[in-house]
Design a protein around this ligand. Structure first.
Ligand code: PLP
Ligand code: COI
Length: 354
């Protein structure tokens, strides 16, 4: 693949952030861009200095929201290698989002090559402190200057890179989560299984209400019965109830998380009983009342493995595992991050060296 590279001039190169990185606040010196035109396919792949992009105010993305994104990370391994974690899974999921949003797919190998090229070009931006990484945000937008509702004939595929630490301000400490009973995020047949911006736009009101009450994120219920657990704002969710690890099954309304899939494989291999099934709020409440709700944790690229210490269900507050990190969350965190940062042998062939 031919990628033109225009490097930032040394006097314009940014100063690397010092101190706490937080999440998604800093961006590297360059970005990757590629354009799509119906009849011509993907073309003009390039890496250019990071900066604003000019779009027509009538560009379709601004009006009808044809926008999708992905999220993965590049890790600086202890032996100096740069690793990606299952990037082909992100490429496949982006293509599934493309299909649902009527956007042009990118062959998996090409997608991974674009990501590798972008990371390689800004490799000195990968932070090295414990728990830090380079977050990779590939996204696609519709750019036709047109106000009719249809699929666009022109798109941009862009990759930006951001050195990050923990997604949550609380770091690895258990997060507090609020079960949303008024609003829903997605329904089967909709776009819940995709990473389209609209899903997140629809979640902001609840998220903001939760923040006002001192909760980090919202736990969504199914849109039909308002009874079954779906997922959290930026992560999939697992419950350990009386020894069984349960996570909601994928039925079209939740994101098929790559960390979720990896966690299921790791936990199953370790010998835990893991069930992908429907899980009602009532079952969670009853388990809590009976002292059988042993752990709750979320999984996600940004969130990694995040233990949940408190859950609000209506007027009731449930404290889980004394608000401490549980045994399963802790084992999973160490194993997954051990593989991602190259500290533990990757027996599954999940990591890709750049
Ligand atoms: N669910 C939602 C809504 C998300 O935004 C994310 C983050 O990508 C996840 C789940 C976890 O997915 P993954 O593990 O692929 O990052
Ligand atoms: C990710 O974990 O990569 C995500 O996309 C979550 C995002 C909402 C921060």
């Amino acid at each position: 693949m031919d990628i033109r590279i225009e490097r930032v001039s040394p006097d314009k190169a940014k100063k690397k952030p010092e101190g706490a990185l937080g999440f998604g606040k800093y961006f590297t010196d360059h970005m990757f861009l590629m354009e799509y035109t119906t009849g011509k396919g993907w073309h003009d792949a390039r890496i250019v200095p990071y900066g604003p992009i000019a779009l027509d105010p009538s560009a379709m993305v601004f009006h009808y929201g044809q926008e999708i994104f992905e999220g993965l990370k590049a890790y600086h391994a202890a032996d100096g290698r740069t690793l990606l974690f299952r990037p082909d899974e992100n490429a496949k999921r982006m293509n599934s989002s493309c299909h649902r949003l009527c956007m042009p797919e990118i062959p998996v190998d090409t997608w991974v090559e674009c990501v590798k090229a972008a990371v390689k070009n800004d490799i000195d931006w990968i932070p090295t402190d414990f728990g830090t990484s380079l977050y990779i945000r590939p996204f696609m937008i519709a750019t036709d200057p047109f106000l009719g509702v249809r699929a666009s004939d022109h798109y941009y595929f862009i990759i930006i890179l951001s050195p990050v630490a923990s997604y949550y301000e609380s770091g690895l400490n258990p997060v507090r989560i609020y079960i949303e009973t008024e609003y829903v995020r997605a329904v089967r047949g909709g776009t819940g299984f995709t990473k389209c911006g609209g899903n997140y736009a629809a979640s902001i009101l609840s998220q903001s209400n939760a923040h006002t009450e001192g909760y980090e994120q919202v736990l969504w219920l199914d849109g039909v019965h308002r009874e079954y657990i779906e997922e959290v704002g930026a992560m999939n969710v697992f419950f350990k109830i009386d020894g069984e690890i349960v996570t909601p099954s994928l039925e079209g309304s939740i994101l098929p998380g790559i960390t979720r899939k990896s966690a299921i494989e790791l936990l199953t291999k370790k010998g835990y009983k893991v069930s992908e099934r429907k899980l009602s709020v009532r079952e969670v409440e009853e388990a809590a009342d009976a002292g059988k709700l042993e752990e709750i944790f979320g999984t996600g690229t940004a969130a990694v493995i995040s233990p949940v210490g408190e859950l609000k269900i209506g007027g009731k507050h449930i404290v889980i595992n004394d608000n401490k990190i549980g045994e399963v969350s802790s084992w999973l965190y160490n194993t997954l991050t051990g593989i991602q940062w190259g500290r533990i042998e990757d027996k599954n062939g999940w990591t890709v060296t750049i």
